[in-house]
Design a protein around this ligand. Structure first.
Ligand SMILES: Cc1cc2nc3c(=O)[nH]c(=O)nc-3n(C[C@H](O)[C@H](O)[C@H](O)COP(=O)(O)O)c2cc1C
Length: 611
């Protein structure tokens, strides 16, 4: 039976008693009604206060709404009580004050009416304001600019901010229906029970500081222990399954999924952790695309999702804050439990939420992906890749369909879309890079700025190898983009290209741009004669995302990339020259970007050196 029915039951029973008595011609007297409803009022008052004192003080928050519901019953009975007793109170007041004259009485009545009208208007205004405040009307375009989503989270934060005044204005978060299920189940999936293998205990201090990595994969029992220590049910109290990680209001919105590649005793696959029964539901083969590169060599990947409604049911506008903070507590458990088992634990800072959700088979709206963690033993075949650069991701577009709720909007605003799909449609795949054999000391000493070039085209293989050298993981800024003005490359038509992750080129403009490039570079021949010109740019929003320091970091990074271009050229018998002198507006137009939003930071020429 719903809570509401239970709360109304005593009132309904009493109403029935009065109705039946009246029907039998023995209706209770006014005095009897007054006494009986006063007693009922006392019961409701005690229930409300008791629930408030014991449940709330005990932090058993999910049953908090019993307290509210009894409170509403109390209010109802207070109204009945006033109905019976107000005339008596007024009589008492009248006796205490001197009898009013006719004029004074009229003035009082007018004043009372005026006050009633003002109060009604105030109430209407308050309700009107509240009505409009239930949603946040924020939209943005997807793409490289981060301004729209940043504005959205700033507004979400203000909207979900509490203050004493707002607490008064807000209606209490009472849900009249049943809460969403506390655990997610996959009844049709085959299940794998998990053991709890204590494993080697380490001090908290050791686990905090990532001890040396183990050289063998985790066993299934160790994985069970790791999951238990991260998110398992560690106590049952007051009808609640309390977990290793705390959760706002004990609502536990987090769910864990595992992509297992190397765990002894567990076939590779996608699994869901059923915390209630400490077992894994096998959901199928490991998904190919998790929405971010570089996780292929992890022993296991843990994806954390949140079922937002579990928290939203109670906390409404603040649900996103709580669900994400809850997730953070759980992730720290995972990190410590991973370290305890000798695993390296890394978190993917950037991933495509929609793709990750699709990989798990969740909708991404009711249940959204909040974090992706990789567990590595020192057995991994390849070195761990650096985080994918910021430039590979863009803001997701705002859905055109029905309005997204406040929580959905906050999740979408903090989400990313992975733009480069390896070699995308229409991209030109570059040939495999060939490592340069030249020694580093020799190359460093030999390098000189070359300003005259032969007419000979540069082989595509050499350009491909050079680009692979340049496109190393970023050191200080990941906001940089690489463009090429191709004048003479064997096997590649002249034009402007953008270098894409996945080692490919995207054609931006077709045609001969040697003269335009020369003109943009203050008419320097070094650019006009070059077989290829490298242009490094940065999207302003991404560059300055870390504040003004990002500006310095962008130029430092551009210098480092530029130097790799020069050294890679020398190591392959080619020659190059850095060029910082150019018209910024013409440079932006050359690569087809809006110079106010994307800044060109640097040029570099490349070609066969003329004697
Ligand atoms: C950031 C930067 C910008 C440069 N801009 C130009 C330029 O616009 N035109 C040019 O001919 N050389 C340019 N150079 C090359 C320098 O003139 C050159 O490095 C310097 O004369 C030293 O010679 P070296 O590179 O052969 O050792 C630039 C170098 C750097 C590092």
């Amino acid at each position: 039976m719903s809570k509401l029915v239970w709360v109304l039951l005593p009132l309904a029973a009493y109403a029935l008693y009065v109705a039946v008595s009246a029907w039998r011609g023995r209706a209770p007297s006014r005095v009897a009604l007054n006494v009986q409803t006063s007693l009922l009022l006392l019961v409701y008052l005690l229930a409300t206060a008791g629930l408030g004192v014991f449940w709330v003080a005990n932090q058993q928050l999910p049953v908090f709404d019993w307290h509210y519901l009894f409170g509403y019953g109390t209010l109802l009975l207070v109204s009945v009580h006033l109905l019976f007793n107000l005339p008596q109170v007024l009589r008492g007041l009248r006796r205490a004050s001197p009898p009013a004259t006719g004029n004074v009485r009229r003035a009082r009545t007018t004043l009372a009416r005026a006050l009633a009208i003002v109060a009604a208007l105030g109430l209407a205004f308050f309700l009107g304001v509240r009505h409009g405040a239930s949603e946040l009307a924020v939209r943005w375009d997807g793409g490289a600019s981060t301004a729209g989503p940043v504005d959205a989270v700033v507004r979400y934060h203000a909207f979900s901010s509490e203050s004493r005044r707002r607490q008064f204005e807000r209606a209490p978060g009472v849900d009249w229906g049943a809460p969403p299920p506390a655990f997610k189940r996959y009844p049709a999936a085959p299940h794998r029970p998990l053991a709890r293998d204590g494993g080697r205990e380490r001090s908290l201090d050791e686990a905090l500081r990532a001890p040396a990595e183990r050289r063998v994969p985790l066993t299934l029992a160790e994985l069970g222990e790791l999951l238990y220590l991260s998110a398992g049910v560690t106590a049952r109290r007051g009808g609640l399954a309390l977990r290793a990680a705390p959760s706002s209001g004990a609502l536990f919105p987090s769910e864990l999924y595992l992509i297992v590649r190397r765990v002894e005793g567990l076939p590779a696959g996608l699994y869901h952790y059923d915390a209630e029964r400490h077992r894994l539901a096998a959901l199928g083969a490991p998904p190919q695309d998790l929405g971010t590169p570089g996780l292929e060599d992890a022993d296991a990947v843990v994806v954390l999702t949140a079922v937002f409604r579990r928290t939203g049911y109670k906390y409404r506008d603040r649900a996103y804050r709580y669900a994400v903070a809850d997730a953070g507590h759980l992730l720290e458990n995972l990190r410590l439990a991973g370290h305890r088992a000798g695993m390296a634990v890394t978190f993917a800072g950037r991933f495509d939420e929609a793709r990750s959700a699709a990989a798990l088979g969740v909708d991404g709206v009711e249940e959204g992906v909040l974090a992706v963690a990789a567990l590595h033993s020192a057995t991994g075949a390849a070195p761990r890749p650096a985080a994918p650069p910021r430039g590979w991701f863009a803001a997701p577009p705002f859905p055109a369909g029905p309005a997204v709720g406040v929580t959905g909007m906050a999740h979408l605003a903090t989400s990313l879309r992975w733009t480069p799909d390896g070699v995308g449609d229409g991209d030109i795949a570059l040939p495999a890079p060939v490592p340069a054999a030249a020694g580093v000391a020799d190359t460093l000493v030999k390098r000189r700025s070359q300003r005259r070039f032969l007419d000979r085209p540069v082989p595509l293989a050499a350009l491909s190898s050079l680009l692979a050298d340049v496109a190393q993981p970023p050191q200080l800024s990941d906001a940089l983009r690489l463009y090429l003005v191709v004048n003479r490359v064997a096997g590649l038509g002249p034009g402007v290209y953008r270098y894409r992750p996945g080692h490919a080129l995207q054609r931006v403009r077709d045609g001969d741009f040697a003269a335009a490039a020369r003109s943009a570079a203050l008419s320097q021949d070094v650019i006009g004669e070059a077989a290829v010109v490298l242009l490094l740019s940065a999207e302003r929003g991404a560059l300055l995302a870390e504040g003004a320091r990002g500006y310095r970091h962008g130029y430092l990074e551009a210098g480092m990339l530029g130097q790799r271009w020069l050294l890679g050229a020398v190591a392959r018998g080619l020659a190059a020259c850095p060029v910082g002198g150019f018209y910024d507006d013409e440079a932006a137009a050359l690569i087809g970007v809006d110079g106010r939003r994307e800044w060109v930071l640097h040029f570099a020429a490349l070609g066969w050196p003329a004697p």
